[in-house]
Unconditional design. Structure first.
Length: 110
């Protein structure tokens, strides 16, 4: 669950960096700084996925990615796409951890 969600956050940071490049021609430095801040926070949050606060900050950053679509229109789509991946990482990760726990309970390691 942690690895999958951390990889989603890392890929989002790259997408945000490309969105900053798109915004560079027509927006102010404040918009570019905001995008850079979001990208840095995405990378830092990927390292916090061991704790519950990582999930909370990651979820807030999903909203920030979609909201950046106000400045770069394509980020509405990309933000929604990555929010879906974020939810899928949570659901699939929980199922994977449940399966792993069941296997370890049935067949202890020697």
């Amino acid at each position: 669950m942690r690895v999958l969600s951390a990889s989603v956050l890392a890929m989002e940071a790259f997408v945000m960096a490309f969105a900053i490049l798109l915004a560079m021609g027509e927006h102010s430095g404040l918009v570019l700084s905001l995008g850079g801040l979001i990208a840095i926070l995405l990378l830092l949050t990927a390292g916090l996925m061991k704790k519950k606060i990582g999930w909370v900050i990651g979820s807030i950053l999903q909203v920030a990615m979609i909201s950046y679509g106000y400045f770069v229109y394509s980020m509405y789509f990309m933000g929604a796409l990555f929010a879906g991946l974020w939810i899928a990482a949570y659901v699939v990760g929980r199922k994977g951890e449940a399966i792993r726990a069941e296997l370890l309970r049935q067949k202890p390691l020697k």
